[in-house]
Design a protein around this ligand. Structure first.
Ligand code: SF4
Length: 570
């Protein structure tokens, strides 16, 4: 029987609870959002004692289902003031699932920096004052040396310790690369609880329990086979997410110069194609890499310098778009070093990239200067005023510098897709309970759906609504987004995914399973936000997206407010 693990940091106590009926058959985002909406007062201080930090493997964690083990991290966000879930690849979710843990609810706060170690024998509290101010890379090396190879580490860097609103929660992959639950400043919530790291060791764990193992195995095999026939998989396996740079640039939606242009003249130099060619000449680089066991796509990479020393793994599209084109930085090594610095400090490359571009518009550093950008982000780790400004994200930066064009919704920066061209994504940015978040429902054109026009000014809300409930369900199952995309074009595969989930939970298969799950997640998130004081007036893109024509297309975001407001009316 799965258990809920509650850790009280104020008293250094823990207990395993039977899963209450309210949380039964939930996982991932579904569980984190349910716990937060039930147990955290919506008006609580996100960095105060009343907020809780929830870690939850998805429903399919550690099963034979493909790409099955994202770890959801949830709480009230210090960046947006909304409910927040951010998820990450890595090994922690599988280990927690094998330990029989449905989720960890972290409550209270320690008086001194601490770590917790979770094993089959329970939880131990480990003093961590000696690790104060330590970056994620050194921390991971030290913990691995001390606790062995069978652990996964969930940790924060100096960004989280300093309560910066762009702080991330890092999760190690099976080979101890850094993956991130990046968005919404949940690293600062972890820092506010003085929790430096959670070490998960599944040595000797009993393993997962499922309702019907044979059915699960069969459905997982059918699902994997189907996913791998989708044409997108070939591209992802070769170029990874950086393949999107030239695609989105070609569509005129690549954020450039703080979202003032949709195409970047240096796009080729930060593209997946360029990366593959230049990295092929460097020792130890890897064009493909898996962030979790059971991944059948391997979209990630290992990016190295000329001597074969790893700079970062992986260098992904969102970083290339927000740190690269949006800041007009076309030197790929500069982007990679900034990514490494953000990983070490525990900061969101997307929020930081957006903040740097706003700072460039504010005139405190030149456009395209990767070295200056690096130096400014470094200041975040030192806690200077300018560094704290960047580490608190694009709204803090715009407000401090008097910049009016701030690309955000509910305080969170947009992703690397301009909403004037991708208007369904724009509706998602506007209405997602998470603030501007592409993973909540990114409406990209697809050859498999030629009738969808992403630039049309009507018909976008239903597209966004469908994607938002679909991805809320996917985030609850713990499946990686890339493994879920083929199902949008090949709906026949949905039955295999539903069969996987119901074979785990024992629920009766129901063709509406994903929709019911996704809508129920969105409803609890919306309820929390409404009780926190958010209204439809907060579901708006910044005015400049509706007024400024985006070169070269000349498009504006012109989906009516009336239509936007229908998106999440379930
Ligand atoms: S496809 Fe990419 S993000 Fe998804 S599990 Fe594999 S490596 Fe991780």
């Amino acid at each position: 029987m799965k258990k809920l693990l509650r850790i009280d940091l104020s008293n250094k106590q823990y207990r395993y609870e039977d899963v209450p009926p309210l949380y039964a058959n939930l996982g991932g985002r579904g569980l984190t959002s349910k716990v937060v909406s039930e147990e955290v007062p919506p008006t609580a201080d996100a960095l105060g004692m009343e907020n809780k930090l929830v870690f939850a493997p998805g429903i399919l964690a550690a099963t034979p289902a493909p790409n099955n083990s994202r770890l959801s991290v949830g709480g009230k966000s210090p960046l947006t003031g909304t409910i927040k879930e951010a998820n990450s690849g890595g090994a922690a979710a599988q280990k927690l699932a094998r330990l029989g843990i449905q989720g960890i609810v972290v409550e209270g706060a320690s008086s001194a920096l601490t770590m917790v170690k979770v094993t089959k024998d329970g939880v131990s509290f480990i003093p961590a004052e000696g690790f104060k101010g330590m970056g994620n890379y050194d921390l991971i090396d030290k913990l691995k040396a001390e606790h062995g190879d069978s652990i996964s580490i969930i940790s924060i860097g100096p960004g989280g310790e300093k309560l910066l609103k762009a702080a991330t929660v890092s999760v190690t992959s099976p080979d101890f690369k850094i993956r991130m639950a990046s968005r919404g400043g949940l690293g600062a919530v972890m820092g506010s609880k003085k929790l430096k790291a959670v070490i998960v060791d599944d040595t000797g764990a009993a393993g997962i329990e499922v309702s019907d193992a044979a059915k699960l195995k069969e459905a997982a095999a059918d699902l994997t086979k189907g996913i791998l026939t989708h044409p997108l998989m070939e591209g992802l396996k070769v170029l990874g997410t950086p393949l999107l740079v030239m695609m989105i640039n070609g569509a005129g939606a690549l954020p450039t110069k703080n979202y003032s242009m949709g195409q970047f003249e240096g796009a080729e130099k930060i593209s997946g194609e360029f990366m593959m060619e230049s990295q092929a000449k460097r020792p130890n680089s890897q064009a493909t890499h898996r962030c979790m066991a059971g991944c059948v796509i391997s979209c990630s990479n290992v990016y190295t310098d000329e001597n074969g020393k790893e700079i970062v793994s992986g260098l992904e599209y969102e970083t290339l778009g927000l740190v690269g084109s949006n800041c007009m930085i076309s030197n790929l090594d500069d982007v990679a070093y900034i990514n490494r610095l953000c990983n070490d400090l525990g900061l969101d490359t997307m929020e930081v990239g957006a903040a740097i571009a706003v700072a460039m518009e504010g005139g405190i550093l030149p456009w395209g200067d990767g070295k200056e950008a690096y130096a400014l982000i470094e200041e975040a780790g030192k806690g200077t005023d300018r560094g704290v400004m960047i580490g608190n994200g694009c709204v803090a930066t715009g407000q401090k510098l008097g910049v009016k064009r701030i690309p955000q919704v509910k305080g969170q920066s947009l992703a690397a897709y301009d909403p004037r061209v991708l208007k369904g994504t724009g509706v998602t940015y506007a209405t997602s309970p998470m603030g501007a978040d592409h993973t909540a429902g990114n409406a990209l054109p697809s050859p498999a759906n030629p009738t969808y026009n992403p630039t049309a000014s009507t018909g976008q809300a239903p597209v966004s609504a469908f994607l938002q409930w679909y991805f809320a369900a996917i985030d609850s199952l713990g499946i990686c987004l890339f493994a879920s995309l083929p199902l949008l074009d090949m709906p026949d595969l949905m039955k295999h995914l539903i069969a996987c989930a119901t074979a785990v939970t024992g629920q009766a298969p129901d063709e509406n399973y994903l929709m019911n799950l996704g809508i129920s997640v969105l409803k609890s998130e919306k309820k929390f936000n409404e009780e926190a004081g958010f209204t439809t007036k907060d579901d708006r893109l910044p005015e400049f997206f509706t007024k400024e024509q985006l070169p070269p297309s000349g498009l504006v975001f012109d989906v009516s407010e009336e239509e936007v407001d229908t998106a999440l009316k379930f």
